[in-house]
Design a binder for this molecule. Structure first.
Ligand code: ADP
Ligand code: ZN
Ligand code: ZN
Length: 732
């Protein structure tokens, strides 16, 4: 090596499990954590310097020089890199790809890491309210559209607001004089005036003292509080106490939970603008929020899954809201759980971490019950709202109309007559899950997946909900030429059509992926619910979370049976969480709520336990079943997946993987047989999977440490797409 060069060890975003050494002139002082551009094969990639080794394993004449040094100074801190190393080890994923996932897009693509201050605007709580009810807005279309824009987008730079909506300075002044919008300085130190909020009740106070000990340090806690019990007030108090001590709080929320109203609540109560990170941001906005956090300009950082990687200059506390939510687990690429990474990060940073939920995951409950986590509870709703009354409707031999039993319809009639609001939940969109020929029995199947096409009657189309295939309903049966099709089963569109006929004069909205595609559509429908223009809501799980509807008096769950007999061992847990969360929408205001659950299995022990004794009792029973089966949290799982257009190779690859794994020894491990995935063909690719189960986590990781490198060298590895899923969230 010429002594004018030094070696940089670079993590590059490739599926390969190692880092690569490059040369840089010695006079260039490049820090660990800086980015460089390197040539890799025939491509140029942006990588990150992760080490400055004295020697390389390769001969120096074989080392290539870096193409370009993008930063000399680190753009991330050492603790941030330590976290990425941990994630790479734990999820058995290449470090370069972990770093690429964790960086904001702009930095990942090699853009300059500069920082500017910019003026921005956001809607206030009064503004949100005015949007729903203020009469002055009825004829002020311009003002209304500016408010709606800010309501949907959240905090926005003044430039983009002007560019995107044609807003003038005078309009901004009018709105801000009314207190409906507020100027913010993106990137600056916060202003210091805040609303005090309600006085905390004793349950909230004791929760805070158990979640935040006197001495700062790693301190994991579970905050279990029914919907509306005041968990968010506890988060606010934690963030405030950290801010007082000059420290930042990182708050993770599920995808659907990050509403402008929530952000406004934090901003107003803390008297400073949170840095907000979610997938809907433009790249520049995301980088900006990331840098405000990294430089300590934001006291609170609030964001969805990948925000767990936001750097913090003065870390104080981490909070994960709705910690059981499935959106925390990334389902492709780096299959990490943001909740679990958050706990590990808190440990590395030596700060307290709080996981909050009305329906905690069985993993977190187990940690709390075994004493690893503090367990704080908010058993009652804050304010005066009473808990709803829940009841099962036995569907056996009941007359049914489009998925609704006669008894449920009777309850609906009563609530609507008393001016109540009704919410119906059905986890299946479209008109019907099956379209069949009445003459010959032909069924419309997806050509690329092992699944039937869903019939969407409003658009006269057949759609695959797994690969997105979409085609018109054929005029005649492709098998026999028959003209009579039958729609079998019930989706939200079908329920909607039926209810429109039955209650022609009652406002109705349907909320699912089909009706909310258009920008603002969801917000408009929620506004209709808030203002009582809509008295019936029908929707999928999009309805289950977050929205604070005060007038809902009846909740109907149209079909609970899927959760009782799903192929996934987590299906009952998900069902119980959903029922509890959906039921939590009832009676949040002054009106007491009623919840009805339709099922063909009214005596199912899990359902009975849930309704009679609540989620905690359900969880106890479900945990006992998990323990008996050696499933998480009592055992530990890893799912290897492989897929290819060839129907045989994925299975062969995993059969070999199983054999290799057994050859490494299987003490304390259960290496299952490789099998076709439950839905074997999806989007034209055949899929197989191999489950590895371990009693102890170290044994699992020890095996993967050997197995993963061996698999990446396997001959068949180049013929399949394969992945490692540590702690899989679903088995499909
Ligand atoms: P959660 O996050 O558990 O759903 P929130 O913190 O959003 O609950 O509280 C639900 C409602 O109760 C909110 O309108 C909130 O302002 C109110 N609230 C919370 N804590 C108190 C309290 N101590 N006194 C009065 N109202 C409260
Ligand atoms: Zn036919
Ligand atoms: Zn398909």
């Amino acid at each position: 090596m010429p002594d004018t060069d030094r070696i940089l060890r670079v993590a590059v975003p490739t599926p390969l499990y190692q880092c690569f050494d490059y040369l840089a002139p010695a006079r260039e002082n490049v820090e660990v954590g800086a980015r460089v551009q390197v040539s890799f094969g025939r491509r140029k990639l942006t990588g990150m310097v992760v080490d400055l080794p004295g020697n390389s394993d390769l001969d120096s004449s074989a080392l290539k020089p870096v193409e370009q040094i993008l930063d000399h100074k680190a753009v991330v801190s050492r603790d941030w890199l330590t976290l990425c190393h941990w994630v790479a080890d734990y999820y058995h994923h290449p470090l370069g790809e972990v770093i690429a996932t964790a960086l904001p897009g702009a930095l990942r693509k090699g853009q300059a890491a500069k920082n500017q201050l910019a003026r921005g605007w956001r809607i206030t709580q009064e503004g949100s309210k005015a949007l729903n009810e203020d009469k002055r807005l009825a004829r002020a279309i311009r003002q209304q559209s500016i408010l709606r824009f800010l309501n949907d987008r959240g905090e926005t730079r003044e430039e983009s607001l002007k560019a995107d909506t044609g807003t003038t300075a005078a309009q901004l002044r009018t709105l801000s004089d009314r207190g409906w919008i507020k100027a913010t300085t993106l990137g600056a130190e916060p202003a210091r005036s805040c609303h005090p909020g309600p006085a905390l009740n004793t349950a909230q106070q004791s929760a805070i003292s158990s979640l935040l000990p006197d001495k700062h340090g790693f301190h994991p806690g579970l905050l279990e509080g029914v919907t509306g019990s005041g968990k968010t007030e506890v988060y606010l108090a934690i963030a405030r106490s950290q801010a007082k001590a000059g420290r930042q709080t990182l708050i993770l929320v599920p995808e659907i939970g990050l509403t402008p109203a929530l952000i406004a609540r934090f901003a107003e109560r803390l008297g400073s603008e949170p840095a907000v990170l979610h997938s809907g941001l433009a790249e520049g906005e995301r980088l900006h929020a990331w840098q405000r956090a990294a430089r300590g300009h934001a006291e609170v950082v609030i964001g969805t899954r990948s925000a767990v990687f936001t750097p913090l200059a003065r870390p104080g506390a981490i909070i994960v809201d709705e910690e059981h939510d499935a959106s925390y687990k990334q389902q492709d690429g780096l299959r990490y759980s943001a909740r679990d990474v958050a706990v590990r990060r808190a440990q590395l940073l030596n700060v307290p971490v709080t996981l909050g939920s009305a329906t905690p995951s069985l993993e977190s409950l187990h940690n709390a019950r075994s004493g690893r986590y503090q367990h704080a509870r908010l058993p009652e709703r804050a304010g005066n709202a009473a808990a709803p009354h829940s009841e099962v409707i036995d569907l056996r031999r009941q007359p049914m109309s489009e998925g609704l039993s006669a008894s449920l319809l009777k309850h609906m009639d009563r609530h609507l007559a008393e001016n109540g609001q009704v919410m119906l939940f059905l986890n299946r969109r479209g008109f019907a899950p099956t379209l069949t020929c009445h003459d010959c029995g032909w069924v419309a199947d997806c050509r690329r997946c092992d699944i039937q096409l869903t019939y969407h009657r409003n658009h006269a189309r057949l759609r695959c909900h797994h690969c997105g295939s979409d085609r018109p309903v054929p005029p005649t049966c492709p098998e026999c030429g028959g003209r009579e099709f039958q729609a079998q089963g019930v989706g939200t569109e079908r329920v909607e059509a039926f209810l429109k006929e039955r209650y022609p004069d009652t406002g109705l909205v349907r909320i699912d992926r089909d009706t909310t595609r258009r920008k603002n559509a969801l917000q408009e429908m929620l506004d209709d619910v808030g203002s009582q223009r809509a008295r019936i809501l029908i929707g999928t799980q999009m309805l289950a979370k977050g929205h604070d509807f005060h007038q809902i008096s009846l909740v109907g769950i149209l079909n609970a049976d899927g959760g009782l007999f799903g192929i996934d061992f987590r299906a009952p847990e998900r069902m119980a969480q959903l029922i509890t969360q959906v039921a939590g929408r009832a009676g949040r205001g002054k009106r007491p709520g009623e919840v009805f659950i339709q099922t063909h299995h009214p005596d199912h022990p899990l359902l009975l336990g849930l309704l009679r004794d609540g989620y905690a009792a359900f969880a106890r029973q479900a945990l006992a079943e998990r323990e008996a089966a050696g499933y998480p949290p009592f055992g530990h799982l890893c799912l290897l997946r492989a897929e290819a257009t060839d129907s045989q190779v994925p299975l062969q690859f995993l059969q070999q993987a199983a054999a290799t794994a057994r050859s490494f020894g299987s003490n304390g491990l259960d290496i299952w047989e490789a099998v076709p995935a439950p839905m074997e063909r999806r989007a034209g690719r055949y899929r197989a999977q191999l489950l590895i189960q371990a009693q102890q986590r170290p044994a699992l990781h020890k095996l993967l440490d050997q197995l993963v490198p061996a698999l990446s060298k396997a001959r068949l590895a180049r013929k399949v797409r394969w992945s490692v899923d540590v702690d899989p969230a679903d088995m499909l």
